[in-house]
Structures are given as structure tokens and as C-alpha cells.
Design a protein around this ligand. Structure first.
Ligand code: MG
Length: 377
């Protein structure tokens, strides 16, 4: 193949021109656990993003539950489409704040990679099953996947991601256990905020499409009713479905704009002039304004009661949880039924952890198929 040298600015130069001083610059990366030579034209965070996109755990997100299982239809978000919406929102916020978009995109694409099948129902069951051997948490599992379980390189286990990406994912574990002592990099904070904007808006949209909620019921929630009022001032005669979609757009736009404005003010007030300065604050700087925090809480309480606790959703959760729990016990009793590579790791990691890894990696559909298979073993 004929290759021609291409004249191009280096990643370091490009970032110097485009990024804010408080952004994480690739040139300042603490590198990877296993040293690798630089790529001729991809920066370290670009390479990390590509490694995530090409991983099998990432592809399986397409067939994993976000909130509603695949049995309930094909309109609603899967774990993968949720992830893409988070990445899209996070990049918008990152670009306007002049943060490192490559790092943000990697963190966003990886943020839910540790989710087991059947969403939080699956996570709860696996946590119970492994209670005596460390429990299960999807954020911790994400780190385990990218540092150990993905096997793509002869030189090292996992994906050998940069330390910034690993630390970003690790900061999410702490958030679950206890509030972090120090906020993470701004790029990590952007992904956390974008995650929350994505699920607040798409869970409402999905629940409406599935008929678990009526449009009028959401008018009791100020964040929603304010967005609906702005839409109706612009368009006078929208069909219910058009109205719903317009309100979702309006909602995301309003939440993103508020996030950007509130964050800009805080960055300026705190005089943040380098990445580490954001980590020395007592609170994350990337967050909505006080008023919107309150309104988002109201929407989340509403969604919790009316959607996440809806009898149809709870029934799906119970069925899925039972299947996963039964499989866990079955594999503990019959480790010979596990695929070979998992069997091999049982000697070092213990059988419960290995069974948990196997189950957590499954897609919803595969989990049900495997449940049928081992059930009749
Ligand atoms: Mg998420």
C-alpha cells in the first residue's frame, strides 16, 4: 500500500489551541500501566475510546436492559442507546466548556460497560449472590472488565487504558459507597451530569411510549410542565406524540444550557486555571443550578414512584432476577458447565467471582437462553 506522509498538527498542538487551561491535556496524561509507543496520529484518549468501542462488553450493551426489558417493545432505550445519548450530551457540554472531548467520550462510552443483564434488578441479584465474596457493583465491574476481563492484546490483560480514564471510572465506585473526598477531573464530572440529564429525559419518554404514564400526569412535575409551556407557546396545535418529542428536546436543551451556564459561573468564581484545581474543591463544579437541582429531584422522585416501581416493570425485574439467581446457584454447584476460560480463572479469583463475571457479561437474551440450558442440565 502506498503511504504518503501527511502534514498535520500534533494532538498536543491541537489541544493547546482548542482546550481551556483547566481541561485535561493528552500531553499531561499519566500514561498506561503497560507502556506503549505513541500512535502516529491518534491521541491517547482517542485510542482509549476506540478500545472501548471495539470491546465485546461494549457491543453487548445493545442487548442489555436500561430500564425496560426487550420483551416490552423496541422503541425504548437499551443500555447502548442510553450510553450513546450520554456521550452525545457530554460532548456538547465538553465542547462548549472547552474540555477534552476525547477523554469525555471515552468516559461516557465506558460508564455503563459493567452493567449485568436486566439493569438494576440484575445488579441487585448479583450483589446478593456475592455478598460473602465482596458483592457486585456495576462501576467496579467496569474497572474489572477494562483491566482484566477483556482479552484483546497478547501483551497484557484488559485494555490498558490511560490512568485518567481508569481513575474516572473508579471515582464512580466511590460515589456509590460514600461521597468522594475530592471531586474527579472536570471531564469525569461532565459525564456524570450528562448521564443524569439523559436518563431523566429518556425514561420519561420511554414510559410515555410504553403507556406506563400519560402526558397529563407529567404536567404535575414543574420541570416538565415548564418545558411543555415553552413548547406550546411556539407551536399551538401539536398532536400528543409531536408534543412529547418536542418537550423531550426542550427539556434536554434546557438542562444542558443550565448545566453549562451554572458550571461556567462556578469555574470563574473559583478561578479554576488547571485540571487539578477542580479536584481540590469541596464539591463538583459541573452541576446544574440550585433551582434545577431541585426540579430534577422532583422529576426523579416522580419517575421512581410511577415508572421504576410500576407493576409491569417490577414483574419483569422479578422474573429476570429469579433466572439470574437460579443460574448463579447452578453454576456454583456445576462449575464444569462454565466456559473454559472462566473455569480456569476460578483457581485464582474464586468460583463465586468467576460465576458472577460470566453472568454479568451476558446479554438479557443470552441470560434467558442460558437459564433454559443449565436449568435442564
Ligand atoms: Mg448511565
Amino acid at each position: 500500500m502506498h503511504t504518503m506522509p501527511i502534514k498535520r498538527p500534533t494532538i498536543a498542538h491541537r489541544e493547546k489551541v482548542l482546550l481551556a487551561p483547566y481541561a485535561m491535556h493528552s500531553a499531561d496524561s499519566a500514561g498506561r500501566e503497560h507502556a506503549e509507543s505513541p500512535h502516529p496520529y491518534r491521541g491517547p484518549y482517542q485510542r482509549d475510546r476506540d478500545r472501548i468501542v471495539h470491546s465485546s462488553a461494549f457491543r453487548r450493551l445493545a442487548h442489555k436492559t436500561q430500564v425496560f426489558t426487550g420483551e416490552m417493545g423496541d422503541y425504548h432505550r437499551t443500555r447502548l442507546t442510553h450510553t450513546l445519548e450520554v456521550a452525545s450530551i457530554a460532548r456538547t457540554v465538553g465542547r462548549v466548556l472547552r474540555l477534552n472531548e476525547d477523554l469525555i467520550e471515552t468516559l461516557a462510552l465506558a460508564h455503563d460497560i459493567g452493567h449485568p443483564p436486566f439493569g438494576h434488578a440484575g445488579e441487585d441479584v448479583l450483589d446478593q449472590c456475592t455478598r460473602d465474596s465482596g458483592g457486585f457493583n456495576h462501576n467496579r465491574q467496569a474497572v474489572r472488565i477494562v483491566t482484566l476481563l477483556e482479552s484483546r492484546y497478547p501483551e497484557f490483560p484488559g485494555l490498558n487504558l490511560t490512568r485518567e480514564v481508569l481513575a474516572g471510572q473508579q471515582s464512580r465506585i466511590k460515589q456509590n459507597d460514600a461521597p468522594p473526598e475530592q471531586p474527579p477531573l472536570l471531564e469525569v464530572q461532565v459525564v456524570d451530569a450528562a448521564d443524569s440529564i439523559a436518563y431523566d429525559s429518556h425514561d420519561a419518554d420511554d414510559a410515555l411510549e410504553l403507556g406506563l404514564l400519560e402526558l397529563d400526569e407529567l404536567l404535575a412535575v414543574p420541570l416538565w410542565s415548564d418545558a411543555a409551556a415553552r413548547v406550546q407557546r411556539r407551536y399551538t396545535a401539536l398532536a400528543p406524540e409531536q408534543l412529547r418529542r418536542a418537550v423531550i428536546r426542550e427539556l434536554i436543551n434546557a438542562l444542558v444550557s443550565d448545566l453549562v451556564n451554572a458550571t461556567c459561573c462556578r469555574l470563574e468564581e473559583a478561578g479554576i486555571d488547571r485540571p487539578e484545581a477542580a479536584c481540590r474543591q469541596s464539591q463538583p463544579l459541573v452541576a446544574p443550578s440550585g433551582e434545577v437541582v431541585e426540579q430534577k429531584n422532583q422529576l426523579e422522585v416522580f419517575l421512581f414512584k410511577r415508572v421504576y416501581r410500576h407493576p409491569t416493570v417490577l414483574q419483569e425485574r422479578t422474573d429476570a432476577g429469579t433466572a439470574l439467581g437460579e443460574m448463579f446457584q447452578r453454576f456454583l454447584q456445576h462449575p464444569e458447565c462454565l466456559p473454559e476460560k472462566f473455569c480456569d480463572r476460578a483457581a485464582t479469583d474464586g468460583l463465586p467471582r468467576v460465576v458472577c463475571d460470566y453472568l454479568a457479561g451476558m446479554t438479557d437474551r443470552y441470560a434467558f437462553e442460558e437459564h433454559r440450558r443449565v436449568g435442564s442440565h
